[in-house]
Design a protein around this ligand. Structure first.
Ligand code: C2O
Length: 534
């Protein structure tokens, strides 16, 4: 059944004026939200989600930042100690009260002055601007599906956190993180943290009513289970973990493709009832209107540190084009500030650390050490082995698809025979020119040497290697950012051992929906599958 959406908080005047593309009914329900209610709560009637002109109720028209009064000032960190961001499941009562008060103030600011760049809706629009833009056709540079992903979101959260702290006069305020990777906890950390869901539908500024999930539903293992987490942390290059530099076929790393995209799609839709509809978290243009976005991204940011701390050659890029990239944000004083990637590499300099979750709850097995892998010092062209190629595009629908290399090429055989002697060699599976409609949520599980793999195949084997994923950028065909990207997955030693033993290589792509089942629809193409040896 299609739920009827009641929107309690939100809607700037510019957003309201845009509501041409869907049927809506103005509700005459009682005010549900005290001071945070900007307009009378609305009831959105049933909508045709498959329409190309469909927009979710809060899809912004214009999400450009307010025009700054002058050039940006360079970033300077605040003085003060580095304080822990804590698990959203482990906040004390005073910490919950502080968080809730801060969000209430953020929402109140939007009510009081919709043009204040620090308010809840303007802050949500910062994300919209960088990931597809408003429905007016204007957008900033893309910061997803590539190596900008981690530093940009770190900077964004940093200013957002400072703003929340400023609004409650508490510079020690830190965002919590949603540790969906913590296994076997009670209550489950695979549900949305209770502070973001309870009490449901009432005056909690942490709640976003445009969500596709109930407070007790749990994210599946295909998104955040131990096998997925292990594959993410098992990547030894920044490119395959955190995203590739702009180059032909570049894309996001396994952290973005897997848990990041998966949690967005899962939170934003109920998967079965409205698979193409999506709600705030399920569309990049509206995702940051949901407070839970920031708990999700705190955890993504935490993973950057967890990944680096494993060592084994895991390092950040050193290219100056990455380090010197800058973006501008409004800070807590409404100053227009320019911050560079190199400014955000050390979280303690930004005033925060990550408090570990209670030890008893951490049950994810750390990935096995893969030996110290050196970054190649000489520029060496990687050997590339073609597994499948069709320039006009290979179609992937709702069913799994397998590409077979029945006879291993000599070069691969030789390389695999020397596996233990050359632990520094990397084998990267690449899927090129993945193209999806901008409105399409995607999760494709990738298996090696398991040609019969399907949505119910276990991920806890060396056959499962990683994820291809996408979050809808936009809710219509008018999207401005193109949705063609590449996927690069570093194969773990156990998988390479399997290929060596079986003397064959097959790659199976298994599409799944947000619940881990065969999706109802998917339209995706790619041009090539290859194995790169570096
Ligand atoms: Cu900018 Cu989670 O997306």
């Amino acid at each position: 059944m299609m739920p009827t959406w009641v929107r309690h908080h939100s809607l700037s005047s510019s957003t309201q004026l845009s509501r041409r593309n869907f049927i809506q009914t103005l509700g005459a329900l009682g005010a549900g939200f005290g001071a945070a209610v900007l307009t009378a709560p609305r009831v959105f009637a049933q909508q045709n989600c498959s329409s190309q002109t469909y927009f979710p109720p809060d899809y912004p028209v214009n999400c450009a930042p307010p025009t700054p009064s002058g050039p940006p000032v360079p970033f300077t960190p605040l003085d003060g100690p580095a304080l822990p961001r804590k698990s959203a499941f482990e906040l004390s009562d005073p910490e919950i009260a502080r968080l809730t008060t801060a969000y209430q103030a953020l929402r109140d600011l939007t009510t009081k002055d919709p043009s204040d760049p620090r308010g809840w809706l303007q802050q949500g629009h910062v994300h919209c601007w960088y990931c597809g833009g408003g429905s007016d056709g204007a957008a900033g540079p893309e910061i997803h599906q590539g190596w900008w992903f981690l530093p940009w979101h770190r900077a964004y959260l940093y200013f957002y956190e400072r703003i929340l702290g400023q609004l409650i006069g508490d510079p020690t305020f830190r965002l919590p993180y949603w540790d969906w990777d913590t296994q076997n906890a009670t209550p489950s950390h695979q549900t949305m943290p209770p502070v973001y869901t309870l009490p449901p539908g009432s005056s909690n500024p942490m709640v976003d009513l445009l969500r596709g999930r109930t407070p007790t539903q749990q994210i599946g293992r295909h998104i955040v289970g131990p096998a997925v987490i292990q594959r993410v942390l098992g990547q030894t290059t920044f490119a395959t973990f955190g995203g590739e530099p702009p180059q032909p076929n570049y894309g996001g790393g396994q952290l973005e493709a897997g848990p990041h995209n998966g949690v967005h799609n899962w939170s934003g839709t109920d998967g079965n009832k409205m698979p193409t509809c999506g709600t705030d978290m399920g569309v990049l243009g509206t995702a940051a209107q949901d407070p839970i976005f920031f708990a999700h991204h705190s955890n993504i940011d935490r993973f950057w540190g967890l990944w680096k701390a494993q060592g084994g050659g895991r390092t950040n890029p050193t290219d100056s084009s990455w380090l010197n990239q800058s973006w501008t944000f409004y800070d807590e004083q409404k100053r227009w500030v320019s911050i560079m990637v190199k400014d955000v590499l050390d979280t303690t300099a930004l005033g925060y650390t990550y408090a570990p979750v209670q030890p008893s709850m951490v049950a994810v097995t750390p990935p096995s050490p893969q030996g110290a892998r050196q970054v190649a010092t000489e520029a060496q062209a990687p050997a590339r082995l073609k597994i499948a190629s069709q320039p006009s595009g290979i179609k992937l629908g709702t069913k799994p698809k397998t590409h077979v290399l029945s006879k291993l090429p000599e070069l691969l055989k030789q390389n695999l025979a020397q596996l233990s002697a050359e632990p520094q060699k990397r084998y990267i599976l690449r899927i090129h020119n993945i193209t999806v409609p901008p409105t399409q949520a995607v999760q494709v599980l990738v298996f090696v040497n398991q040609p019969k793999a399907n949505a119910s195949t276990s991920l806890d084997t060396p056959n499962f290697v990683g994820t291809i994923g996408a979050v809808p950028h936009h809710r219509s065909a008018q999207a401005h950012h193109q949705t063609t990207f590449g996927a690069a997955i570093e194969l773990p030693p156990s998988t390479l051992e399997l290929i060596r033993k079986e003397q064959r290589l097959t790659v199976t792509l298994v599409p799944v929906d947000a619940n881990g089942r065969e999706p109802k629809n998917l339209s995706l193409t790619y041009t090539d599958v290859s194995l790169e040896m570096t």
